[in-house]
Structures are given as structure tokens and as C-alpha cells.
Design a binder for this molecule. Structure first.
Ligand SMILES: Nc1ncnc2c1ncn2[C@@H]1O[C@H](COP(=O)(O)OP(=O)(O)OP(=O)(O)O)[C@@H](O)[C@H]1O
Ligand SMILES: [Mg+2]
Length: 547
């Protein structure tokens, strides 16, 4: 018997426009109970804007969003630092805003030194509502939820800022889940997470019963959790059932068929049917047949449209080649609080090395870059750059670069070195290559989307024509087309490169040398990433180095 799916959220005639740029043009769509929707689209297509409209953070130009009566929506906070000064348990309680506000009011009344009869009446009234909202059991529920996401009891009262990034995300997820929201909204939840935590999140969401709406550029993640894909393109939003791979392959097929004008309609139909049959069989065979996957029922591609994605032109050139001395690091050590990020690190970089920098601690690589660039200090040890080297850096957190109202042209001009480079035509040419053409090059840099900010940072890096590149998480925020263009640019680059990434493909295709920085020194090998991961001797050594 077919399941009757209940509508949770309705979007009607939604239009959004910034200046001349139309992001959404009369979009109508539904989100139903129990499904997990992956929102996809190029950088700057409007995904984050769409989520902000759903959650009421910003208003659309016209149209509306309605949540079913009596239902609650919650948002996974993207800002990992927003709750730093709050204890963990309280952070979770804040997830149910009306309840948290009421609790604060009650606490304030009871804390009054001159508690009056009037206060007593007021407290009594508020207490009734508090009880109705399940206020008295809230703390124990929050504690249970924390335990279920793997945060142990002895941590519940410490401050958020004392947790490492991965644990923080778990607390923020508990906050979003607190009070069992009917609709859970998440914007790029896998950014900054390591493989292990991502796979934990995939398992969690695949078995979560309520409606989930999630933006992500991570193919593996989308495939693991989504029952539906909503593609934002050309100001419209098209919804399809099936996971990401299904959407991707069928849109490739649609594009191919569109180009084959001479092929008979009948043959095309056959090809489509065969494709769907093969795909459905694969889904059914898949080991992770979770409760969600079983809901992927009717796959239909007759109305899938070929997508409109563009590749930025990323090319890194060197002003002049470096000499043979690149970077020498000796006895370098760094700890944060009581944790050793790395200790006694020795590295000698050779010209043309393409190093993937690994560590089990996600903060270690970032700390290493910041130290060798002179932005932070080491606890001990030294480093020395070759006199002919010039460095350019893609930091993990680029927010400081965009806290002003410069237009993109003015923004990029800050980094121009020669008179010629400072000229408008030249800057516009650069921006055009990074797909900011025409009017787009004149918008303010503080309204840029996550991926657009990274594209600007890449323009800045290209302009520096440095002979050493340092790159912390190249794939964060970028869409697949940009990732591919970036990946190719780094393979072709003739200078020296150090990067750290959670993207396996990136590491495998770019690196010729692997350096792992650990609390007990370095492991340093000239080989591919796969060879490094598979080598049994190295496996053993890695276990020892982190013990
Ligand atoms: N206030 C604003 N004024 C002008 N343009 C804006 C404003 N806010 C956002 N934009 C633009 O709207 C577009 C959509 O931004 P949004 O952040 O929704 O993109 P996104 O799909 O989430 O991209 P990403 O994948 O990079 O995160 C971007 O081009 C952005 O520069
Ligand atoms: Mg976004």
C-alpha cells in the first residue's frame, strides 16, 4: 500500500531578487514528513538564502513559506563559535527558544531579593505554562540527548569553548534536535568535520524520522542521507526523488540525449528505462538499506533537466621560480591547553614537492600553517623559508577578509602589486575568470556566499604569483565544478605546495609526498596518498605515533 505522505512545509510563489539578480522566480515546492531533502546548486545559486527564508531569518521579495500548524522547525547553527561562553547543557536547552526564554524569566523572578506577593502570582502563572511545555524534565532530556550524540556526562557543565571542533558540532546538533523538531534545517554540516564524524552524522540522519532539509556539496554525504534532491538552477527549484548519484547520472544522461537530435525517441525512452532499472537494482542491493533508503520509491527522470554549471578558470603561475632552499623546519612543537598538537617536527621541503599534510587532530595542520607564516608562535623550535620563496595562503577561516563593504573590484585591488594590475580592466578580467562577470563584479564583498568568498580568495592567490602555496582544506564551501578546476590547477602548478584536505580524491591526485605531524614527531614519505594509507608498516607506525 502506498504511504500517504504528510506535507510539513509549503513554499508558494517565492521570489527573491537582489538588485537585478533574480535568485528565485516564483518557486513552488513542498517538503513532506519523513523525507530528507538535499538542496544542491552552484556556489551563489541561493541555497543558504533559501534556508534563511525557510527559517524566517530573512524575508523574500514576494511569496511565502508556511509550516503546518503546531509544528516546530529548528536550525543547526553554522557558527561553531556562537555559544563559546555557555555551558554545554545550557547550549542544548537554548535549542527550544520559547522554553529557554520562559526558564530565564522564572529564574530571574526567583532570584529577586525583594520577592513580592505580585512576583509570586506571576511566577505561578509562568510555572503553569512551563510545566505544559515540559519544562521540568527539560534538563534530563537534554542530558540524555547529549549522551546519545556521544558527549559524556562529565562534560555537560564545561564551556563550549573548551571542546574541540568535532565535539562542538555534536553539541550543536543536540541543540538543533532538542525538543524533537518536526523539521531540521542544516547548511553544509560536514564542513570542518573529519571522516569519522561525518560518517557518524550520516548514520544519525539516515535513521532520523522527521523531515530534514540539508544543503551540502559533499556527494558521499548526500548519497548516504537523501531521499530527494532539490536542485536550484536558473532561479527555479526542481525536486526529484532519489539520491544524489541518481540525480547526477540522470542529468548527465538527459544532457547527452538532448544533444543526440537524430536518435529516435523510442530508443531514448528505452535507454532511460534501462538506466532506471539498473539504478534501482543498485539501490536495493546497497548494504546501507536504512529506513530512509527504503523510501526511495518511484524513480522518474522524464523531467530531469540538464544542469547549468560553470567552471572557474583557476591557474597558478609563479612570478619567478624559487631556488633550491624552500622551507626548513626543526624541532617545532605546539600544544593548545593540555593537548599536544605536534611535537619535534622536522621537515625539509624540496622544490616542486606537493605535500599533503596529515594529522589525526584537525587543529594541528591549521596551527602549523599559522606558525610557519608568522601569524602564531610555536612553543619551541624553528623554521626558515628560503630567501627566494614567496608564499600565498588559503586559510580555513577567511571571514576577516570580508568584514567590509568594498565592491569585489576594490576588494581585489587591495592585493594588486603593479600599476597595471590595479587597473579596472585587469581586475575585472581576473574576476570574470572566477565567474563574477558584469554587475556581479560590483557587488559588496560582505554579501558573498561561502563558495564565492573562496573564489575571491583564489583570485587573490593567483594574483600573488607566489612560488609556494599553502592550502588549508581546499574543498570547503566549493561546488563540484570549482573543486575540479582547483584540483586540476594544483596538479599543473610547477611550484611547491603544502595542503591539507578531507577529500580523498584531491589528496590522491595532487600529492607526491605525505607528511603526517603527530604528538611524537613526523612520518614523511614520498608516495601517493593511497599507498600511504594501505601500507601495513605505516599503519603500524601511525598507531605508535599517536599512542
Ligand atoms: N544582500 C545581498 N545583496 C546582494 N546580493 C546578495 C545579498 N545576499 C546574498 N547575495 C547574493 O546572492 C547569491 C546567493 O547567495 P547564497 O549565500 O544563498 O548562495 P549559496 O547557494 O548558499 O552558495 P554557496 O554554495 O557558495 O554557499 C550570491 O551570489 C550572493 O552574493
Ligand atoms: Mg551557502
Amino acid at each position: 500500500m502506498p504511504k500517504i505522505l504528510k506535507t510539513m512545509l509549503t513554499v508558494s510563489n517565492l521570489s527573491v531578487q537582489f538588485g537585478k539578480r533574480v535568485l528565485f522566480d516564483e518557486v513552488n515546492t513542498l517538503f513532506t514528513k519523513g523525507n530528507c531533502y538535499g538542496i544542491i546548486g552552484a556556489n551563489g545559486a541561493g541555497k543558504s538564502t533559501f534556508l534563511k527564508i525557510l527559517s524566517g531569518e530573512i524575508d523574500p521579495t514576494s511569496g511565502n513559506v508556511s509550516l503546518e500548524k503546531g509544528k516546530r522547525m529548528s536550525v543547526l547553527s553554522q557558527d561553531h563559535f556562537a555559544f563559546d561562553d555557555y555551558p554545554i547543557l545550557e547550549t542544548v536547552l537554548m535549542g527550544n527558544k520559547p522554553l529557554f526564554k520562559l526558564k530565564k524569566q522564572l529564574d530571574e523572578i526567583y532570584a529577586k531579593p525583594d520577592f513580592s506577593e505580585e512576583d509570586g502570582v506571576k511566577a505561578g502563572e509562568l510555572g503553569v505554562t512551563f510545566e505544559e511545555m515540559g519544562g521540568w524534565t527539560a534538563e534530563s532530556e537534554a542530558a540524555n540527548l547529549l549522551s546519545s550524540v556521544g558527549i559524556k556526562k562529565d562534560l555537560h557543565h564545561i564551556l563550549m569553548k573548551d571542546l574541540d571542533g568535532k565535539a562542538k558540532v555534536r553539541v550543536l546538533l543536540a541543540q538543533a534536535l532538542f525538543g524533537n523538531p518536526d523539521v531540521l534545517i542544516m547548511d553544509e554540516p560536514t564542513n570542518d568535520l573529519d571522516f569519522e564524524t561525518i560518517s557518524w552524522l550520516e548514520g544519525f540522519l539516515a535513521n532520523y524520522d522527521n523531515t530534514v532539509i540539508v544543503v551540502s556539496h559533499d556527494r558521499h554525504f548526500l548519497d548516504a542521507v537523501c531521499t530527494n534532491i532539490s536542485d536550484i538552477d536558473f532561479g527555479k527549484m526542481n525536486q526529484y526523488s532519489g539520491n544524489y548519484s541518481f540525480w547526477y547520472e540522470s542529468s548527465q544522461l538527459a544532457a547527452k540525449q538532448r544533444a543526440q537530435q537524430n536518435k529516435k525517441a523510442e530508443d531514448k525512452k528505452k535507454e532511460l528505462e534501462e538506466f532506471i532499472r539498473r539504478f534501482s537494482a543498485n539501490v536495493a542491493k546497497s548494504k546501507q538499506a536504512t529506513s530512509r533508503k527504503k523510501m526511495i520509491s518511484k524513480l522518474n527522470i522524464s523531467d530531469i533537466k540538464p544542469s547549468n554549471r560553470r567552471y572557474p578558470a583557476i591557474i597558478f603561475e609563479q612570478e619567478r621560480e624559487a631556488g633550491n632552499q624552500i622551507l626548513h623546519v626543526e624541532e617545532l612543537s605546539k600544544s593548545v591547553d593540555d593537548e599536544v598538537l605536534f611535537k619535534n617536527i622536522h621537515i625539509n621541503l624540496t622544490k616542486g614537492d606537493k605535500v599533503v599534510l596529515l594529522s589525526k587532530n584537525s587543529q594541528a595542520a591549521t596551527a602549523f600553517y599559522e606558525i610557519i607564516l608568522g601569524n602564531a608562535t610555536a612553543d619551541s623550535g624553528e623554521y626558515k623559508w628560503g630567501v627566494t620563496t614567496t608564499q600565498t595562503y588559503l586559510p580555513l577561516d577567511n571571514s576577516d577578509f570580508f568584514k567590509n563593504e568594498l565592491s569585489l573590484v576594490e576588494w581585489l585591488r587591495q592585493f594588486a602589486q603593479t600599476k597595471e594590475e590595479k587597473e579596472e580592466v585587469h581586475l575585472r578580467g581576473f574576476l570574470g575568470k572566477m565567474i563574477f562577470s558584469g554587475e556581479e563584479a560590483l557587488k559588496q564583498c560582505n554579501v558573498l556566499s561561502g563558495g564565492e568568498k573562496v573564489r575571491c580568495m583564489l583570485s587573490k592567490m593567483m594574483m600573488s604569483r607566489a612560488n609556494v602555496l599553502l592550502i588549508d582544506q581546499p574543498t570547503n564551501h566549493l561546488d563540484l565544478e570549482s573543486i575540479q578546476a582547483f584540483n586540476n590547477a594544483l596538479t599543473k602548478y610547477k611550484g611547491t605546495l603544502i595542503f591539507s584536505t578531507h577529500d580523498h580524491e584531491f589528496a590522491q591526485t595532487v600529492a607526491n609526498r605525505i607528511i603526517e605531524i603527530t604528538p611524537n614527531g613526523v612520518i614523511d614519505r614520498y608516495m601517493t596518498f593511497d599507498e600511504y594509507l594501505e601500507n601495513p608498516k605505516i599503519k603500524e607506525l601511525r598507531n605508535k605515533m599517536y599512542a
